[in-house]
Write a protein that binds this ligand. Sequence first.
Ligand SMILES: [Zn+2]
Length: 92
Amino acid sequence: MLEGNLACPHCQKEAMAPWRKQLMGPGMTATCKNCGGKLGIPVSSAWTLIPFASIAIFALQFPDSFARWSILFGGYVVMAFLFHRFVAFIPK
Ligand SMILES: [Zn+2]
């Protein structure tokens, strides 16, 4: 298991499962499973899209669709990791 950034801004315990965090985006509100506090994802987390967007543009240079999708998948994994590791929840 990767070391994640899942701490609740209210109770400092794990607010939700890592896979659930991946389904969240800026503007969404979730509830901490420990204290019931409301939390969200900061708009500033959009920076995790930058490496993915760069990789996606790079992938479009490849005419071969397998290579293109492999690179895109790699880019997605990088984005998911950055989001998981470096984006912290904010109280709502
Ligand atoms: Zn909490």
